[in-house]
Design a protein around this ligand. Structure first.
Ligand code: ATP
Length: 144
């Protein structure tokens, strides 16, 4: 089986509500209780930050500005449809919430929610995204 290298970028959108940090997490459509961060494949000649902002807007309905780079993760999965193994790397950005409403999220997500950052870390399905959340928490405090 051949391995295909793929690159995605995504974002952790945050805002401050009464001094507490709230972030946006997404429940994937068609999967059993999978909570994740918005992300997607890099398209055309866009840079990673542009991909992150576009995917965030498409998947969550929210517009934002890049605040910082958080980190990147990688994982493998097998695509039955294409009969290939995928090695995917995902770059995550800390994103300042600017405008929009989660009601405008797209069909890829069953639910998009603002939650306190501590709750988000518990709810996320993938350990590597939990680590992203921990790093983001530190960055939010450092960048204040
Ligand atoms: P993209 O959003 O980058 O376009 P996609 O929605 O097509 O991608 P993925 O979210 O990468 O696909 O999911 C493909 C497979 O990888 C699924 O089986 C999913 O459960 C698994 N997966 C997704 N994210 C992670 C992760 N952070 N750690 C481990 N496995 C993951």
């Amino acid at each position: 089986m051949i391995t295909k290298e793929m690159t995605s970028a995504g974002g952790l959108v945050f805002r401050k509500e009464k001094g507490k940090t709230e972030v946006v997490i997404c429940k994937k459509s068609g999967e059993e209780n999978v909570w994740c961060l918005p992300k997607g494949l890099v398209e055309g000649d866009e840079d990673l930050g542009e991909t992150a902002l576009r995917e965030v807007e498409e998947e969550t309905g929210l517009k934002g500005d890049i605040n910082d780079i958080i980190s990147d993760i990688d994982y493998w999965y097998v695509s039955k449809k294409e009969d290939i193994r995928v090695h995917k790397r995902v770059y995550y950005y800390l994103i300042d919430f600017v405008s929009g409403d989660t009601i405008d999220h797209d069909w890829e997500m069953e639910e998009v929610a603002w939650v306190p950052i501590g709750e988000a870390e518990k709810k996320l399905t993938y350990d590597k995204e939990k680590d992203i959340m921990k790093k983001a928490d530190k960055l939010v405090i450092r960048n204040e």
